[in-house]
Design a protein around this ligand. Sequence first.
Ligand SMILES: CC(=O)SCCNC(=O)CCNC(=O)[C@H](O)C(C)(C)COP(=O)(O)OP(=O)(O)OC[C@H]1O[C@@H](n2cnc3c(N)ncnc32)[C@H](O)[C@@H]1OP(=O)(O)O
Ligand SMILES: CC(C)C(=O)C(=O)O
Ligand SMILES: [Mg+2]
Length: 551
Amino acid sequence: MLKQPANKYRSFPPVALHDRTWPDTIITQPPIWLSTDLRDGNQALIEPMNGEQKLQMFNLLVQIGFKEIEVAFPSASQTDFDFVRHLIEQNLIPDDVTIQVLTPAREALIRRTFESLRGAKRAIVHLYNATAPVFRRVVFGLDRPGTINLAVTAAQLFNELAAEQPDTNWRFQYSPEVFTSTELDFAREICNAVLEVWQPAPERKAIINLPATVEVSTPNIFADQVEWMHRHLTMRDNVILSVHPHNDRGCAIAAAELAQMAGADRVEGCLFGNGERTGNVDLVTLALNLYTQGVAPGLDFSQINHVARLVEDCTQLPIHPRHLYVGDLVFTAFSGSHQDAIKKGFSAQSSDDIWEVPYLPLDPADVGRTYESVIRVNSQSGKGGIAFLLERDYNLVLPRRLQIEFSRMVQQAVDTHGQEMAAADLWKLFEQEYLQAVSPIKYLAHHLEEVDSQQTISVTLERDGQPATLQGQGNGPIDAFLQALNLDIRVDHYEEHSLNQGSDAAAIAYVEVTSDCISGSLHGVGIHSNIVTASLLAILSGVNRVLSHRR
Ligand SMILES: CC(=O)SCCNC(=O)CCNC(=O)[C@H](O)C(C)(C)COP(=O)(O)OP(=O)(O)OC[C@H]1O[C@@H](n2cnc3c(N)ncnc32)[C@H](O)[C@@H]1OP(=O)(O)O
Ligand SMILES: CC(C)C(=O)C(=O)O
Ligand SMILES: [Mg+2]
């Protein structure tokens, strides 16, 4: 890299728009959406889609709710031409959907484009030519008037060819390609010249589409450019102002949002941001950003995984695990403090509240994602996440201090093998540590009697493999059992809850025990269909753990 990049690159000049209004605008409704997955997305693929894949994608886009779909560059390939014919001849375009096709400003290609649309009920024909200085100079060898002439001549041909097919409801769109690098006065001049030819009317609006063919500035500058055009275009009332952001600086989403605040009525882009180089703006993210602001986007992503898998199939491009709203990991927290906050958030959230679960801007359930993967445990995790998984999958509601104790064991385990622990792994470790702590003392049976609110217990045990029967008395079974054991062990805390409902209901008991022979405390856990037995098992689990942890 250069030490002085200014010798090779220059900063983008700001727009002199001191009375800009877009910063104070709030987006309260969705734009008109145009999916260009089948055109801009398609032209950027290693292997462009075949007819079958295009049809699959088209049906998906319709299902999602797109009403305007750019389906092809019909003069580019026989596949694209045939696809448009297929949609029209097989009557596959729903009545509320309009297809759009793209053509450069070249006579033969325009003719072929109109030919592809023969018999269509409705269509948007999209004309483009690059307008930026470097393109005028290097690619076309045209000055400003020559560039305008190219666009105007093509626009005139549009009028003629449309007149030859009067049964089609035609709409026209013009894109000054590379708008972002075009002088604003020239962009306005060429757009106005095209509009002059097309003479749009309120009931037959033209679309002026402002592409960030290459994203070259911060999104606030793009917003200024859009607001400037919004204010300076003639016939603005007869124009739908559209934007087409690409993502070269990673700001396409911001650019599209600020552009809407600046006056854009319509946004062109692709699902999950497919498209040339770094992609077109991601329409899924734009729609769900709106949704999380309480604005219905008019696009349905309630089965987002289905959409993702189909798009991956058609494009042969994988979606990144951290891709906004859809990636496999975007609703997952590994880190302890996040897990703790999410667990508390889920507990505090009720179904008719405004969504306020920490770290989750969107309820995964709204896009058809389960809570399965929200919390995953690795070496970065804490007690909250571990407790969440054990509660979600095994109905354990661990007392807080037991959570802390167990999380240390989990930490040790993940530090040793360095891998994630799924809920089943956590359960296995929990069983091993607490439920299988049956040595040196193993419970076999007990008998309990109550006389004058005093409990007498007789417990049959196995100690170091030898059978033993102990007797004890107390004001409850726990007290009586501790008397019977006659060990230097106290129960400081006791909790229980049922594990499931129905005839096979089991209870789980948790005890926290202390002893002079250990520092701090340890927990014991017991599970049994009889709650008293569960308590005795919990005490023995605690006792056995104390005996094996003895200083
Ligand atoms: C930003 C965008 O996404 S624009 C859309 C881009 N999409 C595509 O290009 C995909 C489909 N394209 C194709 O299949 C081919 O490029 C075709 C069929 C359109 C044209 O192919 P070819 O005739 O072989 O020409 P080629 O692709 O080399 O195009 C370059 C020529 O078109 C001219 N040209 C490029 N864009 C335009 C335009 N919008 N209007 C008029 N002429 C144009 C160039 O100046 C160049 O002319 P030259 O041959 O006189 O130097
Ligand atoms: C054809 C135009 C709209 C385009 O795709 C672009 O400029 O990026
Ligand atoms: Mg593009």
